[in-house]
Design a protein around this ligand. Sequence first.
Ligand code: FES
Length: 165
Amino acid sequence: MHYIINAQPMDVIADPRTSLLDMLRDNLGLMGTKKGCNQGACGACTVLVDGERINACLALAVQYEGREITTVEGLSGGSDALHPLQSAFIEHDGFQCGYCTPGQLCSAIGMLGKIERGVPSAVTADLSAETMALDHDELRERMSGNLCRCGAYNGIAEAITKVHA
Ligand code: FES
């Protein structure tokens, strides 16, 4: 199967029953994407497919053949510099143990991309892209699929808000 993974064309041989998460970790050694619940409940496995966030544990790798997949390892775009959101997470203590962080980062970047494209959430369905504000309720709604057992939610929210501002 052929993919673009972190901007690199890759051919991968994997069993058709392999989840995207297991393919990334086991076949490609991209261990940044974490396995938490492995059933779509925690968001630790969130990656970007063509800029949209998905739970990689729920996806079969074969479903996404030919697509562009970005994991936490690819967020910097191949440079040594951190993605601005990674820097903001450090600045605002957006993690404690760090296990959920790759998923939080990918989810937030996908979410902010949706805002830029003017896709409304359930909370602000009546707002246009121009007026859409990332207030507290909006942010909680849009990031509700990513759990943090350390409770670093305030720092995560501050980091995302800073990058969105
Ligand atoms: Fe995929 Fe928890 S490991 S949602």
